[in-house]
Design a protein around this ligand. Structure first.
Ligand SMILES: Cc1cc2nc3c(=O)[nH]c(=O)nc-3n(C[C@H](O)[C@H](O)[C@H](O)COP(=O)(O)O)c2cc1C
Length: 172
């Protein structure tokens, strides 16, 4: 798909067809897009957890303010940041800023790849980090940053409006 068309076509989707699977090949393609995101000093502190286990998905959804549509997606990628890794290179700026920027860049690549493959997702940021880490068995230095349920969907919500360029751009 043409890039600018893809950027506008991507939507946050909160309804998935639980009967239609997403293959490992599709997930690998999506993750390949993720690792080609830019990262601070190319440190690549992102870590990806691919969740297919229904019980694990259910537990995560519960800790994500009961956003139960996560259960219907056949797969969820939990994007995490390795805080020790980024901290070693960049200290507190790495831990407080770059870890989030690097993983956010990877998330956006994932969302665009998902849309390009005709799949749907939604960036889930409202979740209990500590509880999600425990469910995934992460140690304290691996910080879950985003949950991305991925699946097929027939939903086609109207695009939420954007502020105009005039409202958000200042030319100096
Ligand atoms: C950091 C972040 C956290 C978000 N968390 C949630 C969430 O927990 N649940 C949800 O349904 N949508 C979540 N969203 C999706 C936004 O609501 C959505 O991107 C926004 O309304 C614009 O809609 P669009 O993605 O379809 O363009 C999140 C988006 C971002 C960037």
């Amino acid at each position: 798909m043409e890039f600018f068309e893809l950027v506008k076509k991507r939507r946050s989707i909160r309804k998935f067809d639980s009967q239609k699977n997403v293959s490992d090949e599709q997930v690998n393609k999506i993750l390949e897009a993720a690792i080609w995101a830019p990262s601070s000093g190319n440190t690549q502190c992102w870590r990806f957890f691919v969740v297919r286990d229904p019980k694990v998905k259910e537990d995560i959804a519960l800790r994500a303010c009961h956003q139960t549509f996560i259960n219907d997606a056949p797969v969820a990628i939990v994007v995490c940041a390795d805080m020790e890794h980024i901290g070693r290179s960049y200290g507190s700026r790495g831990r407080e800023l770059f870890a989030l920027q690097d993983t956010a860049a990877a998330v956006q690549n994932i969302l665009l790849a998902v849309a390009d493959l005709g799949l749907s997702s939604c960036w889930i940021g409202a979740f209990d980090e500590g509880k999600a880490a425990k469910i995934l068995g992460l140690d304290g230095e691996i910080r879950p940053v985003a949950i991305l349920p991925i699946g097929y969907s027939n939903a086609s919500p109207k695009a939420p409006p954007r502020k105009s360029l005039d409202e958000v751009v200042k030319k100096v």
